[in-house]
Design a protein around this ligand. Structure first.
Ligand code: MEV
Length: 309
């Protein structure tokens, strides 16, 4: 049996503006993972999506089924266009549709397990490129940040169309992640923002520029560690305000962001596409549990404490 996994992700700065060419910062979220396993099947390639309670033959999948596209694209890249007779089992602890990269993680785990099956080493850049093809189905116009941070499994400073810049984190950062429980479609949130941008391009370009500047500034702070977490938290609050101005936040997200601040977080913002999903709060490690409790009291259905190193 072959098995491979891939982590979730959180975007620290720059979501949405990154689709329009501005820089963004993302880190892997290793507490939650997608897992793909291959086991023998005597007749055909069968997909078993345990979390969705689905089981089907690869040949019967719709042409735009992201799992089938991930499999077929990987087989093509590996030079084995005919699918082997195996069961592909898929399982994930990354909540679906909540900005934590569940789709890209499942695709990455699929690419990794098939490469393992054919005993072929794929570089993170090669894995990321295959997953990007699948992301286009999920998201329409993806920047490529999700597949990059998940395939490289490292903090990244990302600008669309440029090679990946790995980031070093000088002083470890502790985040509390709060889940609104609201499922939002990245494709829809991104498309609605694109419409607003088309009707008022100057205004939205202005927001994107400001967000890009925040991401640049945050990169310096994270890499040099010269100033404290308070400065980084302030940038997160500013980024959240800009995301609210862009219309991608939600009352549930705003409530959690406020609650995090009231409970002593250095700063907080939505993370990912918004419209629901998760927010993140930067905290002192000793305060993490208190902030997590405050988030749950304010409606978070789940909280995760994570440290980025
Ligand atoms: C989604 O994780 C991040 C967005 O910026 C979309 C993208 O970058 O493709 C909202």
């Amino acid at each position: 049996m072959n098995q491979a996994t891939a982590p979730g992700k959180i975007i620290l700065f720059g979501e949405h503006a990154v689709v329009y060419g501005r820089p963004a910062i993302a880190v892997p979220l290793t507490q939650v993972r997608a897992t793909a396993t291959l086991s023998p099947n005597s007749t055909a390639f069968q997909v078993i999506a345990h979390d969705l309670g689905q089981q089907y033959l690869l040949t019967e999948a719709a042409t735009d089924n992201p799992i089938a596209v991930a499999v077929n694209e990987t087989l093509r890249q590996l030079g084995h266009p005919v699918a082997p007779s195996v069961n592909l089992g898929l399982q994930s602890t990354i909540p679906l549709g909540r900005g934590l990269g569940s789709g890209a993680a499942i695709s990455t785990a699929i690419v990794r397990v098939l490469a393992q099956f054919y005993q072929t080493d794929l570089t993170p850049a090669e894995i990321s490129a295959i997953v990007y093809e699948v992301e286009k189905l999920h998201h329409g116009t993806p920047s490529g940040i999700d597949n990059t941070v998940i395939a490289f499994e490292q903090p990244v400073y990302f600008i669309k169309g440029r090679g990946v810049q790995r980031m070093t984190v000088k002083k470890s950062l502790t985040f509390v992640i709060g889940d609104t429980g609201v499922i939002a479609s990245t494709r829809e949130v991104v498309a609605a923002l694109r419409q607003r941008w088309q009707t008022a391009p100057d205004r939205y370009e202005g927001y994107f520029d400001e967000v890009g500047r925040l991401a640049q500034h945050a990169k310096m702070i994270i890499e040099q560690g010269l100033v404290g977490a308070a400065a980084l938290g302030k940038l997160m609050n500013e980024n959240h305000e800009l995301l609210t101005d862009m219309g991608v936040s939600s009352p549930e997200l705003d409530k959690l962001v406020l609650a995090a601040g009231d409970a002593g977080a250095w700063g907080a913002k939505l993370s990912g596409a918004g419209g629901g999903g998760n927010m993140i709060a930067l905290v002192e490690p000793a305060q993490a549990e208190q902030v997590a409790q405050a988030l749950r009291a304010a409606g978070a259905i789940e909280t995760i404490i994570t440290t980025v190193r």
